[in-house]
Write a protein that binds this ligand. Structure first.
Ligand SMILES: [Zn+2]
Length: 310
């Protein structure tokens, strides 16, 4: 017998972007008190309207009811602390924070973000320190998060290299029925259906493609940044600092992307060899529900929790 997932609660640091073009939750904002989850809402920042929208968006992003989220502090601030209760809150938070690296960004959106940053820098080079570099981060992450949201709903997006569900399914066309029935599940779960496995496979395949493109682009941009740093004779101190900051940011994004790509490819390989769903820690089933939520999971909940305590 397996125990039901325990409900826990956790305080989540949130950075609000009011007046956004659309609502989305995801991405990391390196705020003064550590990493915060970026929550963009369309509501303007007036009289608690944005705060209500934020609470709603956060509840949705964590897959919990609005009664399971409560505002701890920051009612009138863009930096809020929200308490979220539910199962797997911690895991979901990590996924949401990492969203920026895992999500797609079209080349044009990313170029635009870069161009904008460059413009800001040349106009106000002395003021260009962490502040505007951070807003660049924001723009880039939001662009990515947007397309992630879109791709999850499998709606096509303009300017995005399209790889729709049926393309993937038909180009790969593995026998999901046979594979699904061979996968382990927990005692209290139904076996995988062909549709469920096909959906997970489709999502992972699309992620892998997107991450590969992202990585290619990042490699080019890093080369640009490194070249820029070579001819910095005429730059003032602030500009040199901001370039270093940008480069570091780009490097960490690239590393996140590479890690995610590796995890994604491993998950696909495990689906292929039939070991998908076996916990790498204890050999017990990870659980279908957990994999549907976190298709890249390699550990069951208890092994994951043990790992996190270290
Ligand atoms: Zn385990």
């Amino acid at each position: 017998m397996h125990t039901v997932l325990m409900e826990t609660s956790r305080r989540v640091r949130v950075r609000v972007k009011p007046g956004a073009r659309r609502t989305h939750v995801g991405g990391r904002y390196d705020g003064p008190h550590g990493p915060a989850l970026v929550v963009a809402v369309t509501a303007p920042a007036v009289e608690g309207k944005a705060t209500r929208a934020v609470m709603e968006a956060v509840a949705q992003a964590f897959g919990v009811s609005s009664r399971q989220v409560s505002l701890v502090s920051g009612e009138r601030s863009r930096d809020k602390i929200i308490e979220v209760s539910g199962t797997l809150v911690e895991e979901r938070l990590q996924e949401l924070l990492d969203d920026a690296a895992s999500a797609d960004v079209s080349k044009s959106a990313r170029r635009k973000a870069r161009t904008k940053a460059t413009g800001t820098r040349s106009r106000a080079s002395s003021a260009m320190t962490k502040t505007s570099a951070a807003s660049t981060t924001d723009t880039t992450e939001n662009a990515k998060v947007n397309s992630k949201t879109v791709s999850k709903q499998t709606k096509p997006e303009e300017g995005r290299p399209t790889m729709n569900a049926s393309d993937v399914a038909t180009s790969q066309a593995p026998d999901f029925a046979e594979r699904a029935s061979a996968l382990v599940v927990r005692d209290d779960e139904d076996a995988w259906t062909a549709e469920e496995l096909a959906e997970v496979h489709r999502e992972l395949t699309a992620d892998a493609k997107r991450l590969r493109e992202e990585l290619d682009l990042a490699t080019i941009e890093l080369a640009d940044l490194l070249r820029d740093s070579g001819d910095g004779a005429g730059d003032d101190q602030a500009e040199v600092g901001s370039k270093a900051f940008e480069r570091e940011h780009e490097l960490s994004l690239t590393n996140n992307t590479r890690d995610l790509l590796i995890q994604t490819e491993r998950a696909l390989a495990r689906i292929d060899d039939g070991t998908y769903g076996v916990c790498e820690g204890c050999g017990q089933p990870i659980g279908k529900a957990r994999l549907l939520a976190f298709p890249r999971a390699t550990l069951c909940v208890s092994c994951k929790q043990k790992e996190e305590r270290h």
